[in-house]
Design a protein around this ligand. Structure first.
Ligand code: ATP
Ligand code: MG
Length: 328
């Protein structure tokens, strides 16, 4: 049995990218592993958030985890800010992280690019993410491809801590899905789909209505070749739709290409839209049931309690190793 940790930010409504690259992988993992799934609200505030919207998005994300198949009896589902050890260890990890290595992170560069008033927390996001993972003695972190660099940094700071102080942290491995680890924007298919993208036509949201899904896929950017084939370099739009189709229908990319060998883009896009609607509608149904249920708060209370028990133990060891407090 391995220990698994993964987090999603309540920074907006979840996209198809979040589902395919991360969330959809989780239910199977909980069968044979100890899983911790976190709503990382402290990461979300590294960019400005509206207070009431954030609150709603936290709840909504909890319901989506459950709707996607997270079983609260098997997995620990909790909110990051309800387990104070995350920011505490995050601070300690900051003290052994270098400004230079943080400035090299592409997420920092992308999210700060051209912005005024960039928060210091956007730069120190990766040490907090490292703390999230290290607190639970995590073996495996299932995430999308965009988190590779942060995971590499997590491994580096864990080893740095272990060498400099005491060998207390498990150095985690990343787990990335073979197909769909980076779902691209429907409007700019060379850019990843992101829940905080201001262009709402660029993303399919897990909670979009069938008509919206159809409309967005039909207006997805493709090319003028008119042939449905996978070629990421030259046909990023069509390749992205093929990836989405193959994940949604559980067919290989090759099989999907063959299926549309004689089809135009119109027919292809309709099939992609139908497949996405089919994949998402049962999740949507369960989501609304969870949102109306009182059980959601009970799950999160119990999750925070279980997470705290493990996290506080690791924090105590890390403080002792660094010489903080009275070493109790
Ligand atoms: P934001 O724009 O606020 O950063 P996001 O869409 O990138 O939002 P995160 O909360 O940062 O979402 O990431 C949650 C999980 O979803 C991570 O595991 C991340 O790697 C994965 N993920 C995010 N975008 C994609 C994508 N386009 N394709 C596949 N996986 C993705
Ligand atoms: Mg992100």
């Amino acid at each position: 049995m391995k220990t698994i940790f993964s987090g999603i930010q309540p920074s907006g409504s979840l996209t198809l990218g979040n589902y395919i690259g991360a969330l959809s992988q989780f239910p199977a993992l909980q069968e044979e592993n100890q899983c911790y799934f976190c709503i990382v609200d402290e990461h979300a505030i590294t960019v400005p958030q509206d207070r009431l919207k954030l609150k709603q998005q936290i709840r909504s994300l909890a319901a989506l985890y459950l709707a996607a198949g997270i079983d609260p009896e098997k997995s620990v589902l909790f909110i990051q800010s309800e387990v104070p050890a995350h920011t505490q260890l995050g601070w300690m990890i900051q003290s052994i992280s270098y400004i230079g290595e943080l400035e090299r992170m592409t997420q920092y560069k992308d999210k700060s690019d051209g912005k005024d008033g960039v928060s210091a927390a956007l730069l120190t996001y990766p040490p907090l993410m490292a703390a999230d993972i290290l607190l639970y003695n995590t073996d495996i972190v299932p995430v999308g491809d965009d988190q590779k660099q942060h995971l590499e940094l997590t491994r580096n700071v864990a080893e740095r801590f272990n060498n400099r102080f005491n060998n207390i942290f498990t150095v985690p491995d990343i787990q990335i899905t073979k197909v769909g680890a980076r779902i691209m924007s429907l409007q700019e298919p060379t850019k990843k789909m992101s829940k905080s993208d201001a262009n709402l036509k660029a993303s399919i949201f897990i909670l979009d209505e069938p008509k919206q899904i159809e409309k967005k896929i039909k207006s997805a950017v493709t090319d003028s070749e008119g042939i449905v084939r996978y070629d990421k370099e030259n046909k990023p739009g069509v390749s992205n739709l093929l990836t989405i189709y193959s994940v949604a229908t559980n067919k290989t990319i090759e099989k999907s290409e063959q299926e549309f060998a004689d089809s135009g883009y119109g027919e292809f896009k309709q099939a992609v839209a139908d497949a996405v609607v089919n994949m998402l509608s049962p999740i949507q149904q369960r989501y609304y049931e969870w949102m109306e249920s009182d059980a959601l708060d009970e799950v999160l209370d119990k999750g925070a309690e279980r997470a705290q028990a493990v996290a506080n133990k690791t924090l105590r060891k890390a403080k002792k190793a660094m010489g903080l407090g009275r070493g109790k």
